[in-house]
Design a protein around this ligand. Structure first.
Ligand code: 0O2
Length: 202
């Protein structure tokens, strides 16, 4: 398989979505408004991970473009939980993409303790052989949710998906702590935003 050619439009989508989401952040800054977006990152799923996911879900390799939704992935990280829903609304109101599915792992966290808001979208991209509709996943989460998820992801990788029970328990407690941190910060968010407005003026 010519993976480079297959993944080229996905790489284009990641680049375009990053530019657009970062552009949204910049617009808030120009208008001296609190940006619901702290930072944006993106990646194309590495080939070994695509193959592994396809094997795990019994997806034939010629169907990955329809069946694996996160080959193109963009992550939006926010300060506060309500910023997540502001970003969700902003994405819903765009007309350069179509929302296929939304997964609210904040209202209903995963058994692992994972919390995040996922939007699966269809995004049209121009290629040299015409327009192609590409599936992409946008993950929207707070800094605390992100901290937990990147650490858990590393441990999952290290233990090949079988994290020892003791560490799993610690991760559950860490997930609780991240949840509490988000909750406490939400209670003082107007204070924090005010401080950041003043700070920006200096
Ligand atoms: P990677 O390495 O990040 O690319 P589904 O068929 O919908 O049940 P799917 O397609 O895996 O399953 O969707 P889901 O569960 O929404 O997960 C998509 C991505 O969300 C994952 O991609 C992770 O990036 C992230 N994610 C989901 N659950 C967890 C979790 O428990 N911990 C962490 N750290 N991240 C999670 P990949 O392909 O699994 O991994």
């Amino acid at each position: 398989m010519n993976w480079e050619a297959i993944l080229a439009p996905y790489s284009q989508v990641v680049k375009e979505l990053k530019v657009k989401l970062k552009g949204m952040r910049a617009q808030f800054e120009y208008e001296s408004k609190h940006s619901p977006i702290e930072f944006v990152v993106g990646r194309v799923k590495p080939v070994p991970s695509i193959i592994e996911k396809a094997e795990k879900k019994a997806i034939p390799l010629d169907e990955i473009d329809q069946e694996i939704q996160d080959i193109a992935g963009v992550r939006v990280v926010c300060q506060f939980v309500d910023d997540i829903y502001t970003v969700v609304e902003m994405i819903r109101s765009r007309n350069d993409l179509t929302i296929v599915e939304e997964k609210d792992y904040i209202a209903r966290k995963k058994i692992s303790g994972y919390r995040s808001y996922h939007m699966i979208i269809e995004y049209p991209v121009e290629t040299i052989s015409g327009m192609k509709i590409i599936l992409a996943e946008i993950q929207i989460r707070t800094l605390a949710m992100n901290f937990w998820a990147i650490n858990e992801h590393s441990l999952n990788y290290k233990y090949d998906g079988a994290i020892p029970e003791e560490i799993k328990n610690r991760l559950q407690r860490a997930a609780e702590a991240a949840f509490k941190l988000d909750e406490e910060m939400s209670k003082i968010k107007s204070e924090v935003r005010e401080a950041q407005r003043v700070f920006r003026r200096i």
